[in-house]
Design a binder for this molecule. Structure first.
Ligand SMILES: [Zn+2]
Length: 233
């Protein structure tokens, strides 16, 4: 009896300590602004990945205008301007940060993709220190992804080119591995993954290469889409 009493009291002390440690460790806070969050976040997403209402509003995360069909079907988390642009640039610097992981998780929650879709990250021009975001975004969806695309030529930087120059610059810029025999019967739909969708020239060149290799392309998933008014450069 003495033994049982002892176990009971040390057990409750441990339990109290555990509870204290737990509330300290997983005190939910916004992964973007660090404000502490009230209980009762939507259960569809882990507490550590759920931004506060203010951030969702301020960064325009997952608004209704974050998907479209031109020049190919696209789904984004926000419009690539203002504060959301700053946020994406910050994530680009530290893609593995809590903010980076949370934003990628949010993208995957806002835009669920049909089951069985294969994700294909758009590869960087630079082999060394290339952009890690497309791969991380693809991984965040928890769907199969594969590096089907390869760059075939070192192109000019796209930033200083207008739309038609970009298109020309990207002709034949990608090569895609052919669809394996087994998947030819039930053609797996591929979704492209990139961090930013601007004119869509890169995505269209990638789509062309994939189609040529026998892969139907459903669209592109990205963090941000450049607003329409900035496209006519
Ligand atoms: Zn916040």
């Amino acid at each position: 009896m003495h033994f049982a009493e002892g176990t009971g009291s040390s057990g409750s002390v441990i339990q109290a300590l555990l509870q204290a440690a737990q509330s300290f460790l997983i005190q939910p806070s916004c992964p973007i602004c660090r404000a502490s969050l009230a209980e009762g976040h939507p259960p569809m997403i882990a507490a550590e990945h759920w931004p506060c209402e203010l951030c969702i509003e301020e960064y325009g995360l997952g608004r209704s205008d974050t998907s479209g069909t031109e020049p190919l079907p696209w789904k984004a988390l926000g419009t690539y301007q203002g504060r959301f642009r700053q946020l994406v640039l910050k994530i680009k610097q530290q893609p593995q940060s809590r903010t980076g992981r949370a934003v990628i998780q949010l993208l995957a929650k806002v835009h669920s993709l049909p089951k069985g879709v294969l994700l294909v990250p758009i590869p960087s021009w630079r082999k060394k220190r290339g952009n890690p975001l497309p791969n991380l975004i693809a991984a965040g969806f928890g769907q199969p992804s594969t590096m089907l695309l390869h760059r075939t030529q070192a192109g000019l930087s796209q930033h200083h080119l207008n739309r038609s120059m970009r298109m020309h610059n990207l002709e034949g810029a990608f090569h895609a591995a052919p669809a394996p025999q087994t998947s030819l019967q039930s053609k797996t739909t591929v979704w492209l993954v990139d961090d930013i969708l601007t004119t869509g020239a890169t995505a269209l060149a990638a789509q062309k290469a994939l189609n040529k290799a026998g892969h139907p392309v459903g669209g592109i998933i990205c963090l941000g889409r450049t607003p329409a008014k900035r496209l006519g450069r």
